[in-house]
Design a protein around this ligand. Structure first.
Ligand code: GLC
Length: 559
């Protein structure tokens, strides 16, 4: 096993009421493997590609890397349909590549978090194949949710649940002679059958999978659909419109059942057997941040993504409310708050903020790109000044917008097809990222890329932005370096709000006798503002003394 980052001397961190640990204020960077770097020219990113680009992440100044799934998979949902939890898909490389990646990352002081997909497997998983082949009486069917249909001939789904990707959450099986049989549950695509977490073999298997990756040296797990594992007894109808949207915040019978917490308590006990501070982060789309806090009670998971923050518009009072509410909810359970603005499932924040608020998280319009980028930079600086841990999504450090005009024939998101083009625009944030000004795929790889890149991608590349004054990449680098150096950024669990003009969010944070003030002007007009100290960093130019420019965030070092 490679040297663990804990073998290096720890950085000094401020200890507060929040449970201590590297992760409580870590900046964690999401790599979407198929779109990061392609080493072999098949148009799909891979593990050797990620290895070759780790120095970018070290230079950026992040603490850890979360990798979206790279396991053996037919790729019906870009790898979130896992056929073998202990194997690397050949498109991404080999297990040896994974080990080498972990070792390289550790040598650079970066931790590695892998994705775990416990709600469902691929329909190509050995258990599911055998369950289907074994017929209605196969005991393996009890590891999933197989049920007879309703109606005189079983022709109707067993209940009214709808899939997150559109259409019924049930698919009917067909026997070898073509006779229709029982139905199976899939909250996502039909290629993603849901596990039955009441079956002890499922729990045993996932404990074994956890150990497999922990033994390989990973520093943690991001838990996919962490709120979905446990279904209510009897799988009752949801009643009424039950579309299983992840993002709309409503309570659902198939999500956020109290029973999931027993699973996480058992996983936490297992994780704590391992040396080093390894962590779990939950992808739990709960109706409220208070419900999300239940996943991070002291004997459960370490972090949960703060989707309430991600879905808040660029508006000072809305942001202040969600910050307060998040900090209160997490403080109540002694967990650090997390912040996130973009990931592989939502339109990038540079494009969300380019559009009017209220359009949701999967947009099809470019909006005002200059405005979106200005706000995105300001939003990032605001996020990085807050106490707790922040998640970045690959390419946001380049200020990438979503690619909103992908031709339909290029799209691969299964939800696009299930929803007949009404929804499912996740491909727009998954376009391979540009590394160089030119080349067949702007340095992504030696050939093309699995999704077409826009013609202006070269100017946004890492190389074009490196050393360029005012570039978004240099802003991120400066922000992360400043945050690392300043004890009052990131640490702790409180903000002290300052009086500010309407539309401005301003707070002070203090640690180890040093203080910072962060002010964000979320309006489109300059606002009078007296600098409270020496400017540390600003998301845009500060042309007029005594004024906070529109859509700009500034950090000051203050007495
Ligand atoms: C999570 C993933 C998403 C995937 C879904 C089903 O929400 O982030 O990409 O489609 O789970 O696994």
């Amino acid at each position: 096993m490679s040297p663990h980052p804990d073998d290096h001397p720890p950085q000094s961190v401020t200890r507060t009421a929040v449970r201590p640990g590297w992760w409580t204020e870590a900046v964690i960077y999401q790599v979407y493997p198929r779109s990061f770097a392609d080493s072999d020219g098949d148009g799909m990113g891979d593990l050797p590609g990620i290895r070759s680009r780790l120095p970018h992440l070290r230079d950026l100044g992040v603490d850890a890397v979360w990798l979206s799934p790279f396991y053996a998979s037919p790729q019906a949902d870009a790898g979130y349909d896992v056929a073998d939890y202990r194997a690397v898909d050949p498109v991404f490389g080999t297990l040896a590549d994974a080990e080498a990646l972990i070792a390289d990352a550790h040598a650079l002081g970066l931790r590695i978090i892998v994705d775990l997909v416990p709600n469902h497997s691929s329909h190509h998983h050995d258990w599911f194949r055998r369950a289907l082949a074994g017929g209605p009486d196969s005991p393996l069917r009890r590891r999933y949710h197989f049920r007879p249909g309703r109606g005189a001939h079983g022709e109707l789904p067993p209940n009214d649940w709808e899939s997150v990707f559109g259409g019924p959450a049930w698919t009917r099986t067909t026997g070898p002679d073509g006779t229709p049989g029982d139905w199976y549950l899939h909250l996502f695509a039909p290629e993603q059958p849901d596990f039955n977490w009441d079956h002890p073999a499922v729990a045993d298997e996932f404990r074994s999978v956890l150990r497999f990756w922990l033994d390989l040296g990973v520093d943690g797990f991001r838990i996919d659909v962490a709120h979905g594992l446990v279904k209510p007894p009897g799988l009752p109808d949801a009643g009424g419109p039950a579309q299983a949207r992840l993002l709309d915040g409503g309570a659902k019978p198939f999500f956020d059942q109290d029973g999931v917490h027993a699973v996480y308590r058992s996983w936490r006990a297992l994780l704590d057997e391992y040396r080093g501070e390894r962590i779990f982060v939950a992808e739990a789309w709960t109706p409220t941040v208070e419900r999300a806090a239940r996943y991070v009670r002291p004997d459960e998971l370490h972090q949960a993504f703060n989707f309430s923050y991600l879905t808040t518009p660029w508006d000072a009072s809305a942001l202040r409310a969600v910050v307060d509410r998040s900090l209160d909810a997490m403080r109540a359970v002694g967990a650090p708050t997390t912040w996130v603005l973009s990931n592989h499932d939502v339109t990038r924040h540079a494009t969300r903020y380019a559009n009017p608020p209220g359009l949701g998280t999967q947009l099809r319009t470019a909006g005002d790109r200059r405005l979106g980028l200005r706000r995105a930079r300001a939003a990032t600086l605001l996020m990085l000044a807050l106490p707790g841990s922040a998640y970045l999504y690959q390419g946001e450090e380049l200020g990438l917008p979503d690619v909103v005009d992908l031709p339909d024939e290029a799209r691969q998101d299964p939800s696009f097809f299930r929803a007949s083009g009404q929804d499912g625009f996740r491909d727009g944030c998954r376009v391979p990222i540009p590394w160089t000004e030119d080349g067949p795929s702007y340095g992504f790889g030696p050939a093309g890329s699995w999704l077409p890149q826009p013609a202006d991608w070269g100017g946004l590349s890492v190389r074009a932005q490196t050393g360029a004054a005012g570039s978004t990449l240099e802003l991120y680098r400066s922000a992360l370096a400043t945050r690392r150096a300043h004890p009052a950024l990131g640490a702790g669990d409180r903000v002290d709000w300052l009086d500010a003009p309407p539309g401005v969010l301003a707070f002070r944070r203090e640690a180890e006798g040093r203080a910072v003030v962060c002010a964000a002007n979320t309006t489109g007009a300059p606002v009078p503002w007296t600098a409270p100290g020496t400017p540390l960093l600003s998301s845009g130019p500060l042309p007029v003394a005594g004024e906070l420019p529109p859509d700009t965030t500034v950090w000051w070092s203050t007495p």
